[in-house]
Design a protein around this ligand. Structure first.
Ligand code: N01
Length: 539
């Protein structure tokens, strides 16, 4: 690792997004000798790599930021759902306030790590050829550190410009006057389409599964408004810590099936007009638990889309009568004018279920026996989410087994933070923790605080080696799967289930019981002397 640093650390953190930055700040305050390593050139994690046009957060201000008053007091956003550029500015502001960069190795990728039994330390290898010793490694690689591009026949033959949304050129790319094809209609595809549709000569959106995109209800924010809002910030951050998904939504009390049609409709309308994820997670208690309740949400959503798309056949492609999967079990995206795009003469949607993509050619995409020509192809095809970013690192544990091998049949952890056979290794936002079901900064703080406390406890008790037992790992995995089975998430082929990647084991990757229940169990384990862990004072 280049720069001014120690080659023997108390804690090495992988990743400089919200989770990693929080760990660095908190651990350093407590006197740990700690350093972040990140492959990117700046802070920001996902916001460094996903700088495609239109990329913006789907969480409203002030939820998607740290709750430290020292930060929010002087920081103001320009929009209710900020874009990637403003998020990067925020990270740069946090960097100055918390003085972070001096302890971060940028442009450095962690390629492997091996546990050294003799010293109880990890030997962490980076792509600059260096090896760093660390007593603990905390992986803060986020849920989307490994992109996924399908193995399309002929992809390498394409002569135009082709980028995955997560490897967008840092210098940007202009769609003006170009023929643009976007493959994928997840949150990334929707966001790029909205920008491309404005200036491209022709935009074709290749849809395999319709995206149940929700109204963002974007707003400009001024300083005076935020000055008023800030009076409520402490209460709102408290609420976010007490919620199930790390947001500040009010408590839900009613079933969608116990109210009249008028009341249900009024509740849906209210959530729709509040925008963001309100319609997804803040209408009724049983939307994600009961198929009949779920259908009411889908029908409402579909009527909204059909009201905005003029051609009935196109509307049906985008929002079919039969739901492609239960509402909300694939992550909805937020949209501003996504559905109106398809009323424009220069924008078309291709239904890949009806006319599968045959191959990619030098000039474009072959479909239904025809070649569609493109200057630019955008792969908005998602991520090998949650586990992919971790197992792409060659992490070797005590049995000579790599993490990839250990998770061959599916991820297993204790409490979503620790893995048997991989001592002194902790995960933030990892598999079987609330992760993708929780707002990122909330999880970075809530789960992050538990990890910081655990590291302090280990230091205080002079524990040199801590490791989840195989039994605890199995128990936690069963528990997570059991709760998952009670929900409707397994009913869709989503990244939540690992089902978007061919050959990846199908399992619920995020803890589905909510942050409260999750933290109760983590805190209980800590109180009982880190139940489920073996703690060694001496080797
Ligand atoms: O990826 P996705 P994403 N042929 O996996 C399609 C977060 N995020 O990058 O649904 C054709 O959701 C695939 O089709 P299908 C957010 O959490 C947040 O968009 O599998 N198509 C799907 O349409 C999000 O959930 C923001 O049938 C193929 C698309 O590619 C997560 O990141 C912005 C295909 C992939 O969608 C991932 O979003 C962006 C194939 N072979 C992302 N393979 C914010 O707003 C896949 N697809 C903060």
């Amino acid at each position: 690792m280049a720069g001014n640093q120690s080659t023997e650390l108390d804690v090495l953190i992988v990743g400089a997004g919200f989770a990693g930055v929080y760990q660095l700040h908190q651990l350093r305050k407590r006197g740990f000798n700690v350093r972040i390593v990140d492959a990117a050139a700046t802070l920001g994690g996902i916001w460094y790599w996903n700088c495609y046009p239109g990329a913006r957060v789907d969480t409203h201000v002030p939820m998607y930021e740290f709750s430290d008053e020292e930060l929010w007091r002087d920081w103001n956003w320009t929009e209710r759902f900020p874009d990637w550029a403003e998020l990067r500015e925020y990270f740069s502001y946090v960097d100055k306030k918390w003085d972070l960069s001096k302890d971060i190795s940028f442009d450095t990728r962690v390629t492997g790590a091996e546990f050294d039994e003799a010293s109880n330390q990890w030997l962490v290898k980076t792509d600059d050829g260096a090896t760093t010793r660390a007593k603990s490694v905390v992986y803060c690689t986020g849920f989307a550190a490994k992109s996924y591009t399908p193995d399309f026949e002929g992809l390498e033959d394409f002569q135009g410009v082709c980028h995955h949304t997560a490897h967008w050129p840092q210098e940007g790319l202009d769609f003006t006057g170009k023929k643009v094809g976007i493959i994928g209609t997840g949150a990334s595809g929707v966001q790029v389409a909205q920008v491309a549709g404005a200036t491209a000569d022709q935009l074709t959106v290749f849809q395999r599964t319709p995206i149940l995109a929700l109204a963002m209800q974007q707003e400009k924010l001024d300083v005076a408004t935020q000055g008023e809002m800030k009076k409520e910030y402490p209460a709102r951050y408290k609420r976010r810590n007490e919620s199930s998904g790390g947001f500040d939504f009010p408590e839900l009390t009613k079933s969608a099936l116990e109210v009249s049609d008028e009341e249900r409709n009024a509740t849906f309308e209210d959530a729709w007009s509040r925008g963001g994820f309100s319609f997804w997670s803040n209408t009724f208690t049983d939307i994600l638990l009961d198929m009949d309740a779920n259908q009411t949400a889908y029908d409402f959503w579909r009527s909204k889309v059909h009201g905005r798309v003029t051609d009935p056949a196109t509307a049906e492609t985008l929002a079919p009568k039969v739901a492609p999967h239960p509402f909300g079990v694939k992550r909805p995206s937020l949209e501003q004018n996504y559905f109106e795009l398809f009323n424009q003469g220069n924008v078309a949607v291709v239904d890949l279920k009806a006319t599968p993509l045959e191959k990619i050619t030098a000039n474009g995409v072959h479909i239904d026996g025809e070649e569609l020509e493109f200057d630019i192809l955008v792969m908005a095809t998602g991520f090998d989410a949650v586990t992919g970013g971790l197992i792409q690192i060659d992490i070797k544990g005590t049995r000579g087994e790599t993490l990839k091998q250990h998770w061959e049949k599916g991820a297993k952890t204790h409490l979503g933070v620790s893995v048997n056979g991989f001592p002194n290794m902790l995960l933030v936002y990892g598999p079987q923790s609330p992760s993708g079901f929780c707002n990122g900064p909330s999880c970075a703080e809530i789960q992050g605080d538990w990890i910081v406390r655990a590291l302090e406890d280990m230091r205080e008790q002079e524990i040199v080696r801590y490791e989840a037992t195989a039994e605890a790992e199995n128990t936690w995995t069963e528990h997570v799967n059991m709760i998952g089975e009670m929900t409707m998430f397994p009913k869709a082929d989503s990244w939540y289930m690992g089902a978007n990647i061919p050959g990846k084991p199908r399992q619920i990757l995020n803890y589905p019981g909510g942050v409260q229940l999750y933290m109760e169990q983590c805190n209980e384990a800590a109180k009982e002397g880190y139940k489920g862990f073996v703690l060694d004072k001496f080797k």
